[in-house]
Structure formats: C-alpha cells, structure tokens
Design a protein around this ligand. Structure first.
Ligand SMILES: Cc1cc2nc3c(=O)[nH]c(=O)nc-3n(C[C@H](O)[C@H](O)[C@H](O)COP(=O)(O)OP(=O)(O)OC[C@H]3O[C@@H](n4cnc5c(N)ncnc54)[C@H](O)[C@@H]3O)c2cc1C
Ligand SMILES: NC(=O)c1ccc[n+]([C@@H]2O[C@H](COP(=O)([O-])OP(=O)(O)OC[C@H]3O[C@@H](n4cnc5c(N)ncnc54)[C@H](OP(=O)(O)O)[C@@H]3O)[C@@H](O)[C@H]2O)c1
Length: 434
C-alpha cells in the first residue's frame, strides 16, 4: 500500500514537509506538492532579498526534494479556485496546508489607504518580480520615503531603496524593475521603530549590512540610541545596540543617500489629500505595564511614500478552519482535523527564518504518520483525472526548469548575473510551453 499525500504550497514549509514524509514514512509514500504559481519555493523566490544570493541558494537544497522520485510538483493549481478541500480528501489520504502568510498587517491609522502608502508585501513582491504585482506599479519619484517597522523585512526594503541600480544589476530583479530603481529620486530614507534599539526585531548580520552601504550614510540620533542601563540583554540585542550606538557617534560622509534609523516614534497619521504628503509621528515611551504609549510630542516627516513593514499575515483557505485571533490555522502538533494538517507560517504565524520551517514540518509529519498508521489507503492517480476534468493542466517540474532556463537566457542577453526573473504569468507559461 502507498500513502498519498497532498501538500498545498511549495514554499520552504511545503517542501520540507514533502522531504519529511519521504524520510519518515515506513511505508511507500507519494507526495504531490500543489502550488498556485507556476514556480516553486514560495518566499525563497518571492521574498528573500535579491542581493542575498547565498540565502537564495537554499533553493538548491529544496530542488533536490522536488527531484525525489516520490515527489511531484504540480504548479498553477490553487486550493480554493481549482480544487476544494473535499476534492483533495477524495483523492489523497491526507492534506497538509502550507500556504504561508501572504498579506500585510494593517496599521489602523488615518491615511493608510492614500496612494503612496504601500504595504511592504507589495513592494517586496514588486522587486522580486511576483506575478501578482505589475512591474510598473511603483515609481520612486519622492525624495523622502519612510519605512515603518524595524524587522528584517524593513531592513531588506531599506537596502533595496538605498542601493544603486548598478549594485543590483547582477541580481535576478526583473529588468523593468531595475530600470525603475535606476530612475529613483529617493535621497532620504527614514526607518521608524516604535520602541527602542533593544526591542528592534532585525538581526545583527542584517543590521550591520546597512552600515556597509556604499551609496548611503546611516544616521542614528544619539538620544534615541540610549538604552536602559543594568539590563543583561541577549547577545544579539547587545550586538544591535553596539552597532546602532556606533552609528550615532559617526558623522555622515556625504554619500548620495541618507538613511535615518529612528526609535521611540510611532506613526499616528499618514498625511495628504490626493497622495501621501507626510507622515505624522508621535514620540513614545513604555508604560509601567510595558505597553507603547504616546508622549504627546509630535513630528512630521515630509515624505511622499510610506512603506508599511509591520509584519505579514495569513489568509483563510476556503473550507479550512482559521482563527481570526491568531490569524493561523488552529492545530494540535500540526493536526487540524481528521486527515488535514498544517505547517510553516500558516501554522505558527509569520515569524522565523527558512530553517525554522524544517523542524516545524517534521513535527507535523510525525503527527500525520502516527495518525494514519495502519489505516485504509486511497488508490493513486485520482488527482490527475480530477484536474483533467476541470481542464487544469498543471505546470510540471520539467516545465518549471524551462522557466528557469529562460531566466538564465534572459540574464545572458541583458549582460546581467546568473538569471533575471521573467515578469507575468504569460511570459512564464510561454517559456515553459513554447
Ligand atoms: C520579505 C521576506 C524576506 C525573507 N527573507 C528571509 C531570509 O533572507 N532568510 C530567512 O531565513 N528567512 C527569510 N524570510 C522568512 C522565510 O521566507 C519564511 O520563514 C518562509 O518562507 C515561510 O515558509 P512557508 O512555506 O510557510 O510560506 P511561503 O514561503 O510563503 O510559501 C507558501 C506557498 O504557498 C503558495 N500558496 C498560497 N496559497 C495557495 C493556494 N491557495 N493554493 C496553492 N498554493 C498556495 C504560495 O504561492 C507560496 O509558494 C523572509 C520572509 C519575508 C516575508
Ligand atoms: N535575512 C533574514 O533572515 C530575514 C529577512 C526578512 C525576514 N525574515 C524573517 O521573517 C519574519 C517576518 O519579518 P518582518 O520584518 O515582516 O516582521 P517582524 O520581525 O515581526 O517585524 C515587524 C516590525 O513591525 C513593527 N510593528 C508592528 N506593528 C506596528 C505598528 N502598529 N506600528 C509600528 N510598528 C509596528 C514591530 O515592532 P514591535 O516589535 O514594537 O511590535 C517590528 O519592528 C521574521 O521572523 C524575520 O526575521 C528574515
């Protein structure tokens, strides 16, 4: 008997789930990884910053999983529109949901919906060439930009804004986007944290990179870099504080762009009528209970664009339980309901690095295999007939390799690095089904 499992989503969580199923199962197993895009790897392809090539190379590990004989990639198949949960449970023994966290969290302040107020999710999708976002979506025509949030995504966004297009030329940024970045008029970037340096979410390695930017001076106000004395901060935090205080003691050397890293300031209103004309901030402090509270002291930044990088969140999948409180799928050790499981950001929320999803997926698979041990098995192949009856022709792994090859060819034609992303679903499908 063979165990047939559908994994929904081909990001790190989905692919680590497929790997764990193959490694952990004592009986033969066949895993189909269903993905709404024609391309695998989720945020590794459409999230990890283009200039972080060593992290992106994790795709070489993930690809080996998709090449296992027990694993199939079925791209261009969406749970919710092409297939329902009931469809899947009819043709698989179990289903594992790994659809990540695709939308931005809201700030809930006036002006948030003005043109020029942008979710980091959209901006990241733009520079990563995600087919959901048009390459003409952003024109960087403001001289000052604010980035709200001091997590690693904010740091990525700031770095992309601060670098020259020449510095990004060897990356896989779509060519249309590279041209827009080349026309950027951005001179000042304000990265705004609502708490202190000791509370910032970015990691030391990522923070340090900002200090090495060739095209931008990094400035920190000495009074905002002060932290409580006599507190034994974790090593990472101590490192962050040291770097930030070092920058506070440094003078700008006149680089073309300037990055102001701000602390103890929260956004209270995005100003403007037709589009963003400014960002009103309020100085903050922590209350006795440790909550961020305003001090009544305000400041306005004259920015024409506000990038909101305050975290991602998952969206409910049709027919799958979802908690509006945690914005995740409620589960016990990965089990959602009979024969339904969850892993990755959809299970834990949008935190943690790529590797975190490996142990998360392994835990879910342990639960799944224990639950299904010795049970009845469905016959294989049901999904192919079902998709054919719906006139859905999945993008195969070999076809995805065709997209990859076309991206390599495009890079050679443009005299850029190893590959340049193709933009739009049509171009991708043309490349894999000439
Ligand atoms: C901007 C950004 C940069 C990051 N950079 C790094 C980094 O440098 N280093 C690091 O270690 N971590 C980084 N992370 C964190 C890392 O990307 C995540 O931990 C990881 O991607 C989460 O994996 P996941 O599989 O749960 O979700 P995802 O990677 O989001 O994968 C979900 C997949 O499900 C697919 N999907 C969604 N809905 C459906 C549906 N209905 N049907 C079928 N398929 C569907 C999506 O298209 C996607 O491919 C970054 C995160 C972000 C947001
Ligand atoms: N290179 C890498 O390894 C890398 C790169 C990118 C992402 N990632 C990972 O991906 C995950 C997601 O990253 P992320 O940056 O999106 O999220 P994050 O780490 O949770 O950071 C979110 C930031 O937004 C702030 N924020 C939240 N709500 C706010 C509000 N209403 N007003 C003002 N500020 C607000 C938070 O401040 P508070 O702390 O005060 O809430 C925090 O500074 C993280 O685990 C991250 O490490 C890793």
């Amino acid at each position: 008997m063979t165990l047939h499992v559908a994994v929904i989503g081909s990001g790190p969580a989905g692919i680590y789930t497929a790997e764990a199923l193959v490694k952990q199962s004592a009986e033969p197993v066949e895993v189909d990884v269903l993905e709404r895009l024609p391309t695998p790897y989720g945020l590794v392809r459409y999230g990890v910053a283009p200039d972080h090539t060593s992290i992106k190379s994790i795709a070489n590990y993930l690809r080996r999983v998709l090449e296992l004989p027990q694993v199939r990639f079925l791209g261009g198949v969406t749970l919710g529109s092409h297939l329902s949960v009931q469809d899947l449970l009819g043709v698989y023994d179990a289903v594992v949901y790994c659809t990540g966290a695709m939308v931005d969290r809201k700030l809930g302040i006036p002006g948030e919906d003005l043109p020029g107020s942008v979710a980091a999710t959209d901006f990241v999708n733009w520079y990563c060439g995600h087919p959901d976002v048009d390459p003409d979506r952003f024109t960087l025509d403001s001289s000052e930009v604010a980035v709200i949030g001091v997590g690693n995504v904010a740091v990525d966004v700031v770095r992309v804004l601060a670098k020259t297009s020449e510095e990004l030329r060897a990356t896989d940024v779509p060519h249309e986007v590279l041209e827009r970045l080349g026309e950027s008029e951005v001179k000042a970037i304000h990265m705004v944290g609502r708490r202190g340096p000791e509370h910032a979410k970015f990691t030391l390695k990522e923070l340090r990179e900002l200090g090495d930017l060739a095209n931008a001076d990094v400035c920190v106000r000495p009074e905002e870099a002060v932290v409580a004395t006599g507190v034994d901060f974790p090593r990472q935090v101590q490192g962050n504080i040291k770097v930030l205080q070092g920058w506070a003691a440094r003078e700008p050397v006149g680089r073309p762009r300037r990055l102001d890293v701000r602390f103890w300031m929260r956004p209270v209103e995005i100003l403007g009528t037709e589009r963003v004309e400014g960002l009103k901030l309020e100085r903050t402090r922590l209350s006795e209970e440790g909550r961020v509270v305003g001090t009544g002291e305000f400041e306005t930044l004259p920015v024409g664009m506000v990038l909101r990088s305050v975290g991602y969140q998952s969206v409910p999948l049709p027919g799958v339980p979802f908690s509006e409180e945690t914005m995740t799928v409620p589960n016990e050790a990965g089990r959602v309901r009979d024969r339904e499981y969850v892993a990755g950001w959809l299970k834990r929320g949008p935190t943690g690095v790529i590797g975190t999803n490996k142990s998360c997926a392994a835990d879910t698979v342990r639960t799944l295999l224990a639950d299904l041990e010795g049970g009845e098995r469905v016959p294989g192949g049901g999904i192919d007939a079902l998709l054919a009856s719906r006139e859905v022709t999945p993008v195969t792994y070999e076809e995805w390799l065709g997209i990859e090859a076309a991206e390599g060819e495009l890079a050679r034609t443009l005299g850029r690095g190893e590959r340049v992303k193709l933009v739009g679903l049509e171009a991708m499908l043309r490349a894999c089904r000439p």
